[in-house]
Ligand binder design. Structure first.
Ligand SMILES: Cc1cc2nc3c(=O)[nH]c(=O)nc-3n(C[C@H](O)[C@H](O)[C@H](O)COP(=O)(O)OP(=O)(O)OC[C@H]3O[C@@H](n4cnc5c(N)ncnc54)[C@H](O)[C@@H]3O)c2cc1C
Ligand code: FES
Length: 419
């Protein structure tokens, strides 16, 4: 089904009726456990309770690619096999991401990708969109094939529902706002939410340039067929005319307000999930807060800072202290072991960069201040954080910093990744 078809269907039925579950929509207890971040270890297909998932240390393992499927000319879906020996390490909550580590053209790269399906035992799916001029995504879209093996980090991230389990299993209404590849975590969130309870609803506002660019268009149409009254799809196309003026053109503040005024009632919504470019995320957040939505009900995920001068993913900058020069002394604790490294003052080096010189397993993924994987608590000394798109104010108040962005400002600094 095309974007135009699915959107027309939604346009004539913009309101989502709450109705009793049909046979196909009702979720069994097992489906519920398998599909949600609230899963517990019973007989469910789910492998890891979410609390475990969020506390465990991210680790890399080699995973085999079982299939690669083109979603659009510029994007692929990649499925990894998860052997049962790694099952608990790769349990995840819908909305989380993994990181892939490999070497492209002789360069070590590490990139993050959101998991694009509700939890399923034995496999992980991500979708990669070619970023023009991007090193890894260009290589991945052209070269990844079944049978190849890549180093994959266990799932991380906090772009997950905070709604309590009882409410989630009873009745919730979530909204996703996605642009381009920002749809990937939504695919996991939509499916798991709708499977969890026959009264749950999900409304998705999904912006793309054209119908041809739109990732997961058929899968969304299938979900709409499965949950016709509980999933509302609003496809916005910025470079193609739609029959509805409201769903054509750039998703700016005026259009977003109009969508909220006509298609989605903010007061009915339990949680908001926004994933897309920095400007869109900011615009949606500001508009929602202006309309009285609590900040605590809004989650967002950034894939990049949107700053061409600071592309994410750069790490491992070579820095060599020379004898006699002024240095910062950095101590860091990871998995109960403390190590110390010195960093030349003039190098303006991040704590992560310095720590990687002495321990290769220091956690990080984007190295751009957006994902939060490298967070640690400063236990003594002071630092300056260059960028922070990942930590919430209360985490900052508790002493958390992003070590990929934190540069020491005192002679000695100690941090712990074990907090
Ligand atoms: C939590 C998280 C989840 C993510 N999930 C997904 C997902 O599900 N799907 C997805 O497709 N992506 C996702 N991303 C983005 C992904 O990790 C990569 O950033 C993206 O694929 C680009 O990687 P790359 O190696 O191709 O580009 P890079 O080589 O890192 O380049 C990024 C951009 O910067 C430009 N650039 C590179 N070097 C310079 C320079 N020196 N000066 C100026 N510009 C430069 C490139 O042209 C390109 O446009 C996610 C990111 C995060 C943090
Ligand atoms: S590694 Fe992503 S914020 Fe530091």
């Amino acid at each position: 089904m095309s974007v135009a078809e699915t959107a027309t269907e939604t346009a004539v039925e913009p309101d989502i009726a709450t109705e009793s579950a049909t046979a196909t929509e009702s979720a069994t207890a097992t489906e519920f456990a398998a599909a949600t971040e609230f899963a517990t270890e019973t007989e469910s297909e789910s492998d890891t309770a979410p609390e475990q998932a969020s506390r465990r240390r991210a680790q890399f393992h080699p995973l085999n690619i079982s299939s690669v499927r083109h979603l659009t000319d510029d994007s692929i879906e990649v499925t990894f096999e998860v052997p049962s020996a790694y099952a608990s390490a790769y349990g995840y909550a819908p909305g989380q991401y993994i990181a892939i580590r490999t070497s492209v053209a002789g360069e070590d790269v590490r990139r993050s990708y959101s998991i694009c399906q509700a939890p399923v035992r034995g496999e992980l799916k991500v979708a990669i969109k070619r970023d023009l001029g991007g090193l890894f995504s260009t290589w991945a879209v052209d070269h990844l094939a079944p049978g190849m093996e890549l180093e994959v980090m266990s799932p991380e991230g906090r772009f997950t529902s905070q709604t309590d389990a009882a409410t989630f299993a009873a009745a919730t209404h979530f909204v996703g706002i996605a642009a381009g590849s920002g749809i990937t975590p939504m695919m996991a969130l939509i499916e798991s939410t709708l499977r969890a309870s026959p009264a749950n609803q999900f409304s998705l506002v999904y912006s793309n340039r054209t119908a041809m660019d739109t990732m997961f268009v058929d899968e969304l149409a299938d979900l709409k067929d499965r949950y016709p009254s509980r999933l509302a799809l609003y496809h916005v196309l910025t470079r193609e005319r739609r029959s509805s003026e409201l769903l054509s053109g750039r998703l700016d503040a005026a259009k977003f307000r109009e969508i909220l005024g006509t298609l989605i009632r903010p007061s009915d919504i339990d949680e908001w999930f926004i994933c897309g470019p920095f400007d869109l995320v900011q615009l949606c957040r500001d508009t929602l807060v202006d309309l009285g939505v609590e900040v605590s009900a809004i989650r967002y995920e950034l894939f990049t800072t949107g700053r061409p001068d600071r592309p994410t993913g750069q790490s491992g900058r070579p820095v060599e202290p020379t004898a006699g020069e002024a240095v910062h002394t950095i101590s860091f604790t990871l998995d109960g072991t403390t190590a110390t490294v010195t960093s030349p003052v003039h190098s303006n080096e991040s704590i992560l960069n310095a720590a990687l010189r002495v321990r290769g397993d220091v956690p990080f993924a984007c190295a751009g201040g957006v994902c939060g994987t490298c967070r640690a608590v400063v236990t003594s000394g002071t630092v300056d954080m260059v960028e922070n798109y990942a930590l919430e104010p209360e985490e900052l108040a508790r002493g958390y910093v992003l070590t990929c962005q934190a540069v020491p400002t005192s002679d000695a600094v100690s941090v712990t990744y074990d907090a």
